[in-house]
Design a protein around this ligand. Structure first.
Ligand SMILES: Cc1cc2nc3c(=O)[nH]c(=O)nc-3n(C[C@H](O)[C@H](O)[C@H](O)COP(=O)(O)O)c2cc1C
Length: 303
């Protein structure tokens, strides 16, 4: 068996397989299907300073090779998380990471500061795809300045490993990645969902309640892979790749492109055991090709 361990900032991962925020609940929902401790890490649901109801239904739509969602960060807020969820997940022996969202830098920083106090949460992942309420609702993550403003505010308030999750809805992902690293990110994860839309031709209305939503699943993989490859060459922090990973082959593509770890999202809805199968598949690939450690294939793509 090859050595599957990797490092992301201050985190030691047993293997490079993590779960993507919003697709794996708090982990507990999947405990009947897999041993959660077999995963490299679990990124739990998006958490905000104040409770959020999310968007009206319908908020999911199936598309060719993917799905659209506009769940809208439904959650009960950080205090509820600290009081009610944290005690249930704190003893799971893997990296339990909280995905943090907000609508202004101060909200992000305050939420991060509360999570900083939780001993068994070694990292947060910042979702910068959220609309900036103070600047007309444009997502923070679509400009280098907007992205850096959130990361700077959080970096001052948060002292453990800071992962920043990039939005793919941009023209130049590399400039945003660089500004986020300059602002203090320890690691980047990419990609979040791509903005999309579906229409019901009988009703002649959008399928989703707020018309647009985020596209995920196999349809986005080539875009995600291209962005991981570009960003991995441009920055010196570990990259976590995600977007459309359905099997070990997909995961290995991301590792070769330069990702140190990967996350699995939409595929969990199809097969709740997919994460452990992907970890096993990575191991089989390493054995078959005579590698002793997964680190040997990270960024090993030939020209
Ligand atoms: C239902 C659903 C909810 C999601 N919620 C969040 C979230 O709260 N925070 C976040 O950063 N990303 C969220 N995402 C995005 C995923 O974490 C992931 O970036 C995206 O789905 C691409 O990966 P995939 O193709 O493997 O699903 C969500 C995705 C889905 C499908």
């Amino acid at each position: 068996m090859a050595d599957l361990r990797v490092k992301i900032g201050g985190l030691d991962l047993k293997n490079p397989v993590m779960t993507a925020s919003g697709t794996f609940g708090y982990g507990l929902e999947f405990a009947d299907f897999i041993n959660l401790e077999d995963l490299g890490g679990i990124i739990v649901k998006g958490t905000t300073l104040n409770p959020r109801e999310g968007n009206p239904y319908p908020r999911m739509a199936e598309t060719a090779s993917g799905m659209l969602n506009c769940v809208g960060l439904q959650n009960k807020g950080v205090d509820y998380f600290c009081k009610n969820i944290y005690p249930q997940i704190k003893d799971i022996n893997t990296n339990m990471i909280v995905n943090v969202s907000g609508s202004c830098p101060e909200d992000y920083a305050e939420c991060a500061a509360r999570i900083d106090e939780l001993e068994h949460i070694p990292a947060i992942e910042l979702n910068i795809s959220c609309p900036n309420v103070k600047q007309g609702g444009m997502a923070f993550g679509v400009t280098p300045e907007g992205a850096a403003s959130v990361v700077k505010a959080v970096r001052e308030a948060y002292h453990k490993t800071l992962i920043v999750k990039l939005s793919p809805n941009v023209t130049d992902i590399v400039s945003i990645a660089k500004s986020v690293v300059d602002a203090g990110a320890d690691s980047l994860s990419l990609i979040n969902t791509l903005m999309g839309m579906a229409i019901d031709i009988e009703k002649q209305r959008p399928v989703l309640s707020i018309a647009t939503g985020g596209l995920s699943g196999p349809a986005v993989k080539p875009v995600a892979l291209r962005m991981v490859w570009q960003v991995a060459k441009a920055v010196n922090v570990p990259i976590i790749g995600l977007g459309g990973i359905m099997n070990a082959t997909d995961a290995i593509e991301f590792l070769l492109a330069g990702a140190t770890a990967i996350q699995i999202g939409t595929a969990n809805f199809i097969d709740p055991t997919i994460t452990v199968k992907v970890a096993q598949g990575i191991n089989e690939y390493l054995d078959k090709h005579g590698y002793s450690s997964v680190n040997e294939i990270i960024g090993a793509l030939k020209d």
